[in-house]
Design a binder for this molecule. Structure first.
Ligand code: G1P
Ligand code: ZN
Length: 553
């Protein structure tokens, strides 16, 4: 596409008739593909055309636009701005350099009453010319667009014959200020300010600063992704952590060649600093677009399911939640640690399918205050996305009040509520046909498992999880195979919906032990009978040819 002319006439471009989106699974939020696929002529444009034709309030509306800084970010912003102008959008809010985290975008959409936002990110997937790119669309409530919207977008994209775009030179994103493309205003803002102000409103920064200055060395790994500028402002400028506490803080197009997923495998350097040295008392990392978080203490890894439970149990220590919680929610594969806390607090706990969009209705209806997923996602009603830096600040707030180490906090939690031993085994880049046939075969075996002994215990339920939304009563089926054992043990098998190479099989393992039991085992040992039982039943290692998972969390 040439951008040399400054003509303001919307021009129409023909689109290839064999639609590039035929392989899109229904219900997928946004478009996540390889950078190479996005570079095909008219590929991004066709998707954006469908987005702008399907989104409500486009004419005269305000849109939020930005991304995690990966390869393709600036080019996509230029294309989307010119297409937004051609479609009659009144104003687009774009952060300096186009750098905007997913949580910050969610906040801006809500604060500026935008019709929605377009977030350019493939989340935790690697970036660069050989990595992935993505376009996510969020609605006016700040949350991921519901499946009904994205399904309508893909349907529209398949029948497109042309798209509208204005030819115009790229606008400068170097500093805040207003510019125009035709009748449309482009408002370039400081992308960090609004988010930081929101955090200052939720947490007691003076208390956190006192903790950090009291000899509490911490390290944050931004993984060369979007959270670097936010984290430097928060931890180093405002909360008094010494310069250098934020590592890999400059967003890079290819994330420095790394895989910006904060887990023990991809953030192993950070994990080593906390788990094998005595230099730091607290460590954390966020993913590519800043919605995931990993929390570490000195010689202590916090499992994300436990993290949600700890935040719920200690929520009233943060100013924003001092009046208590309306309710909590977790995705189905997330451990039931938060359920135990909710029971003691006397509040509702909802179990939703995997994916943040399912929390949206519950948050909008005021039924829940906190929610989370086992995949390093935690959040609250402050926005409609999970929020990595929010979770890190929440942990620091609790530690500042409780004046104890992360390990002590975890031990006290388990002594009070019992422990949910938990692990997720991911088998990545599996041949798609193999993965699907393994899954289907296991599904057909489920009915005969009920009442049988599995991993030494009776199977109470063996099914494919189905969810009825308590607010709009929509039904979502086929959300993962569950084997529920008599005393709280669970084994779940799902196929990932976010990978771009082959298929990823996720096996989730969980076992509850009451506080009187052994609370300090290695989860892989505590769960070993379940691991062998599901490996034998699914024949996962024989069928995939992999003798161990790619990632163990
Ligand atoms: C993964 C996680 C899920 C999360 C999603 C988006 O999806 O498991 O919890 O909501 O990424 O961050 P999956 O690849 O399992 O479909
Ligand atoms: Zn993400």
């Amino acid at each position: 596409m040439t951008t040399t002319s400054t003509s303001m006439r919307p021009s129409q471009h023909e689109v290839r008739l064999n639609s590039p989106f035929t392989d899109q699974k229904p219900g997928t939020s946004g478009l996540r593909k390889s950078s190479k696929q996005f570079q095909q002529p008219h590929y991004l444009e066709s998707f954006i055309e469908a987005v702008l034709r399907t989104l409500l309030g486009v004419k005269g509306g305000t849109l939020v636009l930005g991304g995690d800084g990966r390869f393709g970010n600036i080019h996509a912003i230029d294309v989307i701005l010119r297409m937004a102008a051609a479609h009659g959008i009144d104003k687009v809010i774009v952060p300096v350099d186009g750098i905007l985290s997913t949580p910050a975008a969610s906040h801006l959409i809500r604060a500026r009453q935008a019709i929605g936002g377009v977030i350019l990110s493939a989340s935790h997937n690697p970036g660069g010319p050989d990595g992935d790119f993505g376009v996510k669309v969020n609605g006016a409530n700040g949350g991921p667009a519901p499946a009904s919207y994205t399904d309508a977008v893909f349907k529209c994209a398949k029948t497109l014959t042309h798209y509208s775009i204005i030819e115009f030179q790229p606008v400068s994103l170097e500093s805040p200020g207003e510019q125009a493309i035709g009748k449309m205003t482009v408002e370039v803002i400081d992308g960090v300010d609004d988010f930081v102000t929101l955090m200052q409103h939720l947490f007691d920064f003076d208390q956190i600063r006192d903790l950090i200055r009291s000899g509490f060395p911490l390290v944050f790994d931004a993984m060369h992704a979007v959270t670097g500028p936010y984290a430097r402002r928060l931890f180093e400028d405002l909360l008094g952590a010494p310069a250098g506490s934020v590592r890999n803080g400059i967003p890079l197009k290819d994330f420095g060649g790394g895989h910006p997923d904060p887990n023990l495998t991809y953030a192993h350097k950070l994990a080593k600093l906390l788990l094998q040295s005595d230099d730091y008392r607290f460590g954390a990392a966020c993913d590519g677009d800043g919605d995931r978080n990993m929390i570490l203490g000195h010689r202590c890894f916090v499992n994300p399911s436990d993290s949600l439970a700890v935040l719920a149990a200690n929520a009233t220590l943060a100013p924003a939640y001092s009046d208590g919680l309306a309710g909590v929610a977790r995705s189905m594969p997330t451990s039931a640690a938060v359920d135990v806390v909710a029971k003691e607090l006397g509040i509702n706990c909802y179990e939703t399918p995997t994916g943040w969009k399912f929390f949206g209705n519950l948050l909008d209806a005021g039924q829940i205050t906190l929610c989370g997923e086992e995949s390093f996602g935690t959040g609250s009603n402050h926005i409609r996305e999970k929020d990595g830096l929010w979770a890190v600040l929440f942990w620091l707030q609790i530690l500042a009040k409780r004046q104890c180490s992360v390990a002590d906090l975890m031990n006290e939690h388990w002594e009070r509520f019992g422990r949910h031993y938990y692990s997720r085994h991911d088998y990545e880049i599996v041949d798609s046909v193999t993965a699907q046939s393994l899954y289907s075969r296991l599904e057909t075996m489920l009915p005969s498992l009920k009442g049988q002994i599995f991993a030494g215990r009776t199977v109470n339920v063996a099914d494919n999880f189905s969810y009825t939304d308590p607010i709009d009563f929509s039904v979502t089926k086929g959300q993962g195979l569950r084997i529920l054992l008599e005393d709280g043990g669970r084994i779940i098998v799902r196929l990932s919906g976010t990978g771009t190479k082959g298929a990823t099989i996720r096996v989730y393992l969980e076992d509850y032990v009451p506080s009187s039991d052994n609370l300090n085992q290695n989860p892989q040992i505590a769960l070993k009978d379940m691991i062998s039982a599901i490996n034998a039943l699914s024949e996962i290692q024989q069928l995939t040819g992999m003798n161990q998972p790619t990632v163990i969390t």
